[in-house]
Write a protein that binds this ligand. Structure first.
Ligand SMILES: *Cc1c(COP(=O)(O)O)cnc(C)c1O
Length: 371
């Protein structure tokens, strides 16, 4: 297996399990040397080390998560700041959503306060041993498009079991890894609707659960094979209203400068970046609407089209193809509202723009963040 495919999990992880009465928490330090020493290893040696770090020997392999996809997860980032600290973006919101997802899968929910503490605990421990991206002033030149951050992945994992069942004694685990930009920067970023259905009324589309990602991954791969960078899911019933991308919420700026995004319901994932974008746009005086958004409306009246998510940030889309009709937004480059949202969001996250919203939560020791 080529080494570029290995997952480089940072050494410190958090593992907890619901015992029936309490969450049994622990931090675990996986095998590692210094980042410099690890960089100097041969590919084979590094591969072996990364595999070792991705091994959780005391967790059951055969369980409701591995057999039936009974699990949920979160994704958030710790951003390197100019003063050397790391800050999390709206981690409480992820904690609330994780608890809602776990409850939505009828498993005991990991408490929100414990969630933020555990995320900070893992990030801080990794930073203390040198495993964390460091702020680079060079990122300012492209408005942090090239910026790196620490990706935090909390997830549930069931107890052992083989019959179809709900998890009653779930684990709650947090791992972290370095990330750069998600969509490869390019001159254009065309999208296409997919005939696949991501979520159905009464289904689990509103839960950030593992099982939703099977169809998402298939549709995204099929879109990529046709030269698109992202797929656009339409509603399951009328096959007409825009819902989401493969793992991002969607917005369109219409010809009267209204910003429209599909309303939440049981088929749309309540993205934290989605909320953030709406809050910023409303503050700027833009009309923001959450409502059914037909693909025809976007093709007739859309002047900008973009996706939002922790991984994607704000990603502009140059066009959408539906059936055999292609609609290009503006001149096919990033529109002004998308650009302003992207710059503002990244600027706040990387500490270049003052956070007047209370979104950024210090992660490192108080001394380091006092500067
Ligand atoms: C995670 C996710 C998003 C984006 O949510 P953020 O909180 O902004 O990261 C959007 N759609 C789906 C299906 C998701 O799983």
């Amino acid at each position: 297996m080529a080494s570029e495919f290995s997952l480089a999990i940072y050494p410190w992880v958090f593992v907890s399990q619901w015992t029936g009465t309490t969450w049994d928490d622990r931090y675990e330090e996986k095998p590692h040397s210094t980042p410099e020493q690890e960089a100097a290893l041969t590919d084979a040696e590094r591969e072996a080390l990364f595999l070792e770090r991705n091994r959780f020997a005391d967790l059951p392999l055969v369980n409701y998560t591995t057999q039936y996809g009974m699990g949920c997860f979160e994704g958030l980032k710790a951003f390197p700041q100019p003063d050397g600290s790391l800050k999390l973006f709206r981690p409480m919101d992820n904690g609330v959503r994780m608890a809602r997802s776990m409850a939505g899968l009828h498993m005991p929910a990991f408490p929100v306060e414990g969630f933020v503490d555990a995320v900070r605990g893992v990030v801080t421990r990794n930073q203390e041993i040198g495993f964390a991206p460091v702020y680079d002033p060079g990122w300012e030149a492209d408005d942090f498009a090239s910026g790196a951050s620490m990706y935090v992945r909390p997830f549930s994992y069931s107890e052992g079991g083989i019959g179809v069942n709900l998890s009653r004694f779930p684990y709650f685990i947090i791992v972290t890894t370095r990330v750069g930009s998600y969509f490869a920067p390019g001159d254009s970023s065309p999208t296409s609707t997919t005939r696949r259905v991501r979520a159905t009324p009464g289904g689990t589309g509103w839960i950030k659960c593992n099982s939703n990602y099977v169809t998402s991954a298939l549709a995204k791969m099929e879109a990529e094979e046709r030269g698109f960078i992202e797929c656009v899911f339409l509603d399951a019933v009328e096959r007409r209203y825009i819902e989401e991308g493969s793992s991002c919420n969607l917005f369109s700026v219409l010809d009267d400068e209204t910003l429209v995004t599909p309303e939440l319901g049981d088929t749309v994932l309540p993205g934290i970046t989605r909320t953030t974008v709406m809050e910023l746009a409303r503050e700027w005086g833009l009309a923001v609407e959450e409502r059914p958004l037909a693909i025809e409306e976007v093709m007739d009246r859309g002047v900008e089209f973009f996706g939002t998510g922790t991984a994607a940030g704000v990603t502009y889309f140059s066009s959408v193809t539906h059936g055999d009709v292609e609609k290009t937004f503006g001149d096919g480059r990033m529109g002004p509202i998308t650009q302003r949202l992207l710059r503002t969001l990244k600027g706040i996250q990387y500490g270049a723009i003052e956070d007047t919203y209370g979104w950024m939560v210090p992660c490192t020791s108080p001394v380091a963040t006092a500067a």
